[in-house]
Design a protein around this ligand. Structure first.
Ligand code: FAD
Ligand code: NAP
Length: 313
């Protein structure tokens, strides 16, 4: 039986792993379906983590986190967790893809969030063939070409600037005139001569063919007219959905309390309403969706899980 099972290896999961192992727990496994690091590894620029004055890309920023945790004994199992269930003896079962089951005294769920779809015609058909949600991953394919970015949040505005360093021009398309992104980020983007803002506009359609991929996009403007942008790539940054599937029971209902929007309800100790089950990071209610906050949540959850395990004796 594991002491603690951590599900997800982003900033929250890694920080939980560090605190749980360094705090003396011997048998802690972090189940992460990919490489640890989480969604920040798709960011081109990380500059607001307190104490880290060097601006770096998300992948470089997260690399030492895993190294530090494993030094204290955190085990990483590369596995996709399908479900978590509470057993009648108070333990938890963690069901992995492929049929394997693990048992743990406590579980910390840190599955974070994933990019939302924008919903325009051609989005699914051309995903990976010109439609992307990761500028760091795919920006280079559009070196010296024109691209479009959709969205008005921090991600869209920051990634538009990253793309402007590589591409010849970036069209920033947003459905309103006002932006959700931090004012300082908007100002910086507005000053960039390679970014053209197209506001109060929506993407109607992305078109192309199977060989060339995306050839252009049709943008509906405020006055109802259509502007045809002949770009080979569009990056969509229209927000995030929480990843909460592991907390759904056989009947499709959540095993712990959640908000109608899917975020997990926790108290200040990151405890859900199920004893021994904790949630941390972007997944939890009121998450500020920042690396520093996810990391802090992970630390709190690990300390709470240790107290919970102590209380079992
Ligand atoms: P995540 O980082 O989402 O990690 C969750 C992990 O769980 C993932 O690795 C995933 O593979 C794994 N997982 C999910 N489901 C399962 C499963 N069923 N089984 C196994 N593993 C699973 N924040 C900042 O503070 N500063 C920034 O500059 C900044 N820039 C950003 C730029 C971009 C492009 C994006 C997308 C986000 C940015 N953020 C930034 C936000 C920040 O990345 C998140 O708030 C933070 O990563 C949340 O951490 P987390 O650990 O809760 O979840
Ligand atoms: P977000 O803040 O939710 O912004 C999503 C944007 O997409 C909004 O402007 C929204 O428009 C627009 N949008 C939503 N659905 C759309 C649709 N179907 N079609 C067209 N546009 C649509 O998402 P995010 O930018 O990914 O940021 C997520 C979280 O991570 C935020 O809390 C953010 O602060 C944080 N983050 C922080 C940093 C940083 O600290 N440097 C960097 C990146 C992200 P409306 O505005 O009209 O709703």
């Amino acid at each position: 039986m594991l002491d603690v099972a951590i599900i997800g290896g982003g900033p929250a999961g890694l920080s939980a792993g560090l605190y749980a192992t360094r705090g003396g727990l011997k048998n802690v496994v972090m189940f992460e379906k990919g490489m640890p690091g989480g969604q920040i590894t798709s960011s081109s620029e990380m500059e607001n983590y307190p104490g880290v004055a060097t601006v770096m890309d998300g992948m470089s920023f997260m690399a030492p986190w895993t190294e530090q945790c494993t030094r204290f004994g955190l085990k990483h199992e590369m596995a996709n967790v399908e479900k978590v269930a509470k057993n009648s003896d108070g333990s938890f079962s963690i069901f992995l893809e492929g049929g394997k089951e693990e048992k743990a005294k406590a579980v910390i769920v840190c599955t974070g969030s994933t990019p939302k779809k924008a919903g325009f015609k051609g989005e699914d058909e051309f995903f990976g063939k010109g439609v992307s949600t990761c500028a760091t991953c795919d920006g280079f394919f559009y070196k010296n070409k024109e691209v479009a970015v959709l969205g008005g949040g921090d991600t869209a505005l920051e990634e538009a600037q990253y793309l402007a360093n590589i591409c010849s021009k970036v069209y920033l398309i947003h459905r309103r005139d006002e932006f959700r992104a931090a004012p300082v980020t908007v100002e910086k983007a507005k000053k960039n001569p390679k970014i053209e803002f197209i506001t109060s506009a929506s993407v109607d359609e992305v078109y192309g063919d199977n060989i060339a991929g995306v050839k252009g996009i049709k943008v509906k403007l405020k006055d109802g007219s259509i502007r045809d942008l002949q770009v080979p790539g569009i990056f969509t940054f229209v927000g995030l959905n929480v990843r909460n599937d592991v907390l759904k029971g056989e009947d499709g209902k959540f095993i712990c309390d959640t908000l109608p929007t899917g975020q997990v309800r926790v108290n200040l100790k990151m405890q859900t309403n199920i004893p021994g089950l904790f949630a941390a990071g972007d997944l939890r209610e009121d998450a500020p969706k920042q690396v520093v906050c996810a990391a802090a949540d992970g630390a709190v959850a690990a300390l709470s899980a240790m107290s919970y395990i102590e209380s079992l004796h």
